[in-house]
Design a protein around this ligand. Structure first.
Ligand SMILES: Cc1ncc(COP(=O)(O)O)c(C=O)c1O
Length: 448
């Protein structure tokens, strides 16, 4: 079959047989799917060898490039040993080693790991564990959850209940459980002249007011540390997390850090909460934990939480399970990912890379239609002034035409590249983004 025909054939078969995520499928009548035949490093290729720079790390999961030789080798070796065994009643080396190493990365503060496969499942586990902890501790009335305005914690029913993105949530409202949203410390919302820190402190006062009134019936406060991804890469001052930790301690409420997106170095430290000098009661990780190879999520928690479930009574145990919990291949990919962090001093190397990207992106930061250019670690974002309701779709197409995979959230364009991106590739990314931006804004107006 000729290569171009293979692209076309895959698109037709996919449209006929696959229900794609987060998509109104009818839009694919005019917006073609992108066929991918193979990938290497930061590049995705179709059957014609047309390439796309994966500037959003395939939905924020890839860290060290596609087809990474070190992760490939670890997986090939693991395949010869053990692909999977159920984790109830059985155990294996990769899951034990991964739990030991993740716990060590928290400084030992979070000594126990509970596994699942997707980020949303980790959210569910943290919520259920928090609720069940209070029940086991003689406070069954603590059933409520608090989250930030515009937060996103996944799309299963429990996770959606504590999320606050209307587009994903409104339709399913009758199926969801109530939760409370407190103001987001997103610094774009600060008053004129108010610093990000001062605004974070003001938002912490709002959290304090809520907890003062409702702590007796509140189990946990769940938060995306430093960056609220799906809110449009909303960034905020670490002071908010310091205050939230102190308030949760004062009011006996758990702090759940959802680091599904910000973890694994994305925020500039291995965990984002490190930048506030705090330890959460629950830490949710997924996405980058396997370097973007296999679905794996994990909830880490304290020995104190673990101890509250340790009992002769079966019902006081945490009876939650998924078939693929602690999958050996996924854990081995995660171990290879942690090896790369250690061997390549990734956190330090990324600092220099981030400084280079910051400098290279100055033409974007200064663009007359760009507002709120911002950066945290290996995440960059800016908002585009445009009255075009189809801005995100049109920008996505303009970027693809420049060999870039960029997927704006509303009018927010963001970069979240794999950490292995090189300086020439950064230059390519910025130059293509400038052209895509000019192409799209030329045909739209800036809102008055
Ligand atoms: C902060 C956060 N929490 C939870 C999730 C849900 O993860 P998953 O898509 O793997 O279910 C995401 C996904 O983007 C996320 O960014």
């Amino acid at each position: 079959m000729a290569v171009s025909t293979r692209n076309a054939s895959l698109l037709t078969r996919s449209a006929a047989a696959v229900w794609h995520p987060c998509t109104q499928m009818k839009q694919h009548e005019t917006l073609p799917l992108v066929p991918i035949a193979r990938a290497r490093g930061i590049w995705l290729y179709d059957f014609d060898d047309r390439r796309y720079l994966d500037a959003i790390s395939s939905w924020w999961v890839n860290l060290f490039g596609h087809a990474n030789p070190r992760i490939n080798a670890a997986l090939a070796e693991q395949l010869e040993q053990l692909e999977h065994v159920m984790l109830a009643g059985f155990t294996h080396e990769p899951v034990v080693q991964l739990s030991e190493r993740l716990s060590a990365l928290t400084g030992g503060g979070l000594g126990h790991c509970f596994y699942a496969s997707d980020g949303a499942a980790a959210t569910e586990i943290a919520l259920k564990m928090s609720f069940h902890f209070w029940r086991n501790s003689g406070q069954p009335q603590k059933t409520g959850f608090v989250s930030l305005a515009n937060s996103y914690h996944g799309e299963t029913l429990g996770a959606l209940s504590v999320s606050d993105v209307a587009l994903f949530k409104a339709t399913y409202a009758p199926l969801l459980r109530g939760s409370t949203q407190v103001p987001s410390p997103d610094w774009r919302l600060a008053a004129p002249g108010e610093s990000p820190r001062a605004y974070a402190e003001r938002c912490a006062v709002a959290l304090e007011c809520h907890l003062e009134q409702h702590h007796r019936e509140t189990a946990a406060f769940i938060v995306e540390p430093l960056v609220q991804g799906a809110a449009g890469m909303a960034m905020y001052d670490a002071e908010y997390l310091r205050r939230a930790r102190a308030l949760c301690d004062r009011f006996e409420v758990h702090l759940i850090a959802d680091e599904i997106m910000t973890g694994c170095g994305r925020s500039g430290t291995f965990f984002a909460h490190e930048q506030a000098g705090i330890t959460p009661d629950f830490l949710c990780l997924s996405k980058g934990i396997t370097g973007g190879y296999l679905p794996l999520s994990v909830v880490l928690t304290t020995d104190a939480v673990y101890a509250a479930f340790y009992d002769d009574s079966v019902a006081r145990g945490f009876l939650h399970s998924h078939s693929y919990t602690g999958n050996a291949l996924a854990c081995r990919a995660a171990l290879a990912t942690l090896d790369i962090f250690e061997q390549d001093h990734v956190i330090e190397t990324n600092r220099a890379k981030a400084a280079y990207l910051d400098r290279a992106a100055q033409p974007l930061a200064r663009h007359p239609r760009v507002r709120h250019f911002r950066n945290t670690g290996m995440i960059w974002a800016f908002d585009v002034e445009s009255d075009d309701p189809a801005f995100a779709r049109r920008f996505y197409q303009a970027a693809l035409a420049r060999e870039l995979l960029l997927r704006p959230i509303g009018n927010t364009v963001y970069f979240m590249p794999p950490y292995v991106i090189t300086e020439p590739e950064i230059d390519f990314l910025v130059a293509g983004t400038c052209v895509a931006l000019d192409t799209v804004v030329k045909s739209s107006r800036s809102p008055a």
